[in-house]
Write a protein that binds this ligand. Structure first.
Ligand SMILES: NC(=O)c1ccc[n+]([C@@H]2O[C@H](COP(=O)([O-])OP(=O)(O)OC[C@H]3O[C@@H](n4cnc5c(N)ncnc54)[C@H](OP(=O)(O)O)[C@@H]3O)[C@@H](O)[C@H]2O)c1
Length: 167
């Protein structure tokens, strides 16, 4: 079972020019706190967009059909291959799908393999070039609102909210 962690704008936008469209320190801190010590799974383009590779103190897994090896990350050619690769050594960890759009498009159709969605929402339109469809959320049983230090971000002065959906 996977968890999904993502941040979206009010049009479902998650990325622009292969970068995050915003800079929100609170959200980055939230992402780090959730994923530290766990497995993070991402598409090849998201890997290429990371400012630091691999993201430290996490098992980095990259999905790609065109890249065979990466320094600091396990490379998997499919989600099924990814499960086979991480299961033996990392059964006890939470497996986070962290993006980007192509990976989320596949995973967000597969409710039975997702146990949690950690969602950050920003109430603005960043004119993104990558969007996701979050209609899957209606099938989740519960939602909680984690306590976050929601100081207004000095660079991104919109309303940010955090939700955790679980099944
Ligand atoms: N807001 C957020 O929470 C968030 C989080 C992460 C990323 N992002 C943003 O999302 C954008 C990147 O998204 P993207 O859609 O362009 O790319 P992506 O999903 O990160 O990567 C796409 C690539 O991943 C590989 N891939 C995807 N599914 C695969 C599968 N099932 N098996 C094997 N390989 C697979 C393919 O690589 P090959 O071509 O090598 O086969 C594909 O071209 C960036 O702007 C980034 O900043 C936003």
């Amino acid at each position: 079972m996977f968890s999904v962690i993502l941040a979206v704008d009010n049009k479902g936008g998650i990325g622009k020019n292969n970068e995050l469209p915003w800079y929100n320190k609170e959200d980055l801190r939230h992402f780090k706190k959730k994923t530290i010590g766990q497995v993070i799974i991402m598409g090849r383009r998201t890997w290429e967009s990371l400012p630091v590779r691999p993201l430290p103190n996490r098992v980095n897994v990259v999905l790609s059909t065109t890249t065979k090896e990466l320094d600091g990350a396990l490379v998997c050619t499919s989600l099924a291959n990814c499960i086979r690769t991480i299961e033996p050594d990392h059964k006890d960890k939470e497996w986070f799908i962290i993006g980007g759009g192509k990976v989320l498009k596949q995973v967000l159709k597969m409710r039975p393999i997702i146990k949690n969605i950690y969602l950050t929402k920003v109430d603005s339109d960043y004119k993104c070039d990558v969007q996701v469809d979050l209609s899957i959320i209606q099938h989740f049983k519960g939602v909680s609102f984690p306590k976050i230090d929601e100081k207004l971000n000095q660079y991104e002065p919109y309303t940010w909210s955090y939700r955790e959906y679980y099944f």
